[in-house]
Design a protein around this ligand. Structure first.
Ligand code: FAD
Length: 386
């Protein structure tokens, strides 16, 4: 049985991050979103707090705890989605190299990712291939000493500021998943081009970019894992990082609730605070009930990662936690905005930012329909009921 009762260290971590979030991150959140500007100052803050290593083994300065990492992400996302995102975009390539990299690749990248000296990104999605990763057409052709990569990626988050990106490409276009490799591509390589940054509804502070690859040379020692096993590697990295996406949902929902509860106590209608109306109280109660359930699912999935669960043992629970918590984030943000009335629609009111950012969570790292496919397939293909 996985335990997710918080240790004293984890409780202290929550208090520390919550204080930093309140004092240093919250005052910047609206501006980062409004200007859609990469928050270098927030990156430097997280770096100074040594937070980039958090989920990873002690040898990299981390806690080796996904649960601790979820707590940190939750507290940051409560005030600023974009600052929490800075951790997540660093952790996905870190996790992929940790689990699939050679000793030399680990030595080259992990200490520097952990300290924040290097920034990474992950490029899988293409104009014609999102949910169906097997349909990617970016090509990695074997040449003497390495591979030549040609193709286009879209929505590659962080790549415009990253030092390298993990790029999924077809090593054998006649195969589907089994023809995919993952390559560690230096963003300064000849032929690597950031074509444009998307103008986004939410998650506006961390750029998501269209990339063009024009015959980039990647040496053999930069192939991550084996060519042909890249899909499995990326999926395993996603399974492990899904609780963190869920934690971002829990934090976002909590932040939306915080704003909303203050507002309903203050705003009057029919001669009294709207918080007095039972209809309003029930909406707040539903927010609390759903988010507490989401938090417990996320902590359970994180505890499973910490207990060493992988593959089919982890995948359904990781999908359940991501899907539920991000659907809850969308529902809570929608209801919280509703309780602000017209003020909820105003760009001057932070609640609309929560609403926009929540939508992104239902799409990234596998849409919530795809999460449901994972859960549904698992239930159909296992003996159920037991
Ligand atoms: C802010 C943001 C950041 C992102 N960052 C990255 C990144 O860093 N790297 C990266 O590689 N990608 C990134 N993505 C892309 C993201 O992973 C894809 O958007 C996602 O996988 C869905 O792919 P798609 O957009 O092509 O939608 P499609 O796959 O075209 O799907 C369209 C719709 O059909 C539904 N659908 C598709 N197939 C099925 C099915 N079998 N059953 C039921 N419904 C289905 C989908 O759920 C969706 O609603 C990012 C996206 C966003 C919004």
């Amino acid at each position: 049985m996985e335990q997710f009762a918080l240790t004293d260290e984890q409780k202290m971590l929550r208090e520390t991050i919550a204080k930093v979030a309140r004092e240093k991150v919250a005052p910047r959140a609206a501006e980062i979103d409004a200007k859609a500007e990469y928050p270098q100052d927030m990156f430097d803050l997280l770096k100074s707090l040594d937070l980039f290593a958090l989920p990873f083994p002690e040898e990299y300065g981390g806690t080796n705890s996904m649960l601790a990492s979820c707590i940190a992400v939750e507290e940051l996302a409560r005030v600023c989605y974009n600052t929490a995102y800075l951790l997540v975009v660093q952790w996905v390539p870190f996790g992929a190299i940790l689990h699939g990299g050679t000793e030399a690749q680990k030595a080259d990248y992990l200490p520097q990712l952990a300290s924040g000296a290097l920034r990474g990104a992950l490029g899988v999605t293409e104009p014609q291939a999102g949910s169906d990763v097997s349909a990617i057409t970016t090509r990695a052709e074997k040449v003497e000493g390495g591979y030549r990569i040609n193709g286009t990626k879209i929505f590659c988050t962080n790549s415009a500021v990253a030092d390298f990106a993990l790029i999924a490409a077809k090593t054998d276009p006649t195969k589907k998943h089994a023809g995919i490799g993952v390559f560690i591509v230096d963003t300064k390589s000849e032929g690597f081009m950031v074509a444009r940054n998307e103008s986004k509804l939410g998650a506006r502070g961390v750029p998501s970019s269209e990339l063009h690859f024009d015959n980039i040379f990647v040496p053999d020692d930069k192939v991550l894992g084996e060519p042909g096993k890249g899909f499995k590697l990326v999926m395993e990295a996603f399974n492990k990082s899904r609780p963190i996406i869920g934690a971002r949902g829990v934090g976002l929902a909590q932040g939306a609730m915080d704003l909303c509860v203050n507002y309903v106590k203050d705003r009057e209608a029919f001669g009294q605070p709207i918080a007095n109306f039972q209809g309003v109280q029930w909406m707040i109660a539903d927010m609390a009930i759903q988010n507490e359930a989401a938090r417990n699912l996320v902590y359970k999935a994180a505890a499973m990662v910490d207990a060493g669960a992988t593959g089919q043992e982890l995948a359904p629970m990781a999908a359940i936690s991501k899907c539920f918590s991000t659907d809850v984030a969308m529902k809570v943000a929608t209801d919280a905005l509703q309780l602000f009335g017209s003020q909820g629609i105003s760009r001057d009111n932070p609640i609309e930012r929560y609403f926009r950012d929540a939508k992104v969570l239902q799409i990234i790292e596998g849409t919530n329909q795809i999460q449901r496919n994972i859960v549904g397939r698992h239930i159909i293909n296992t003996t159920y009921p037991a």
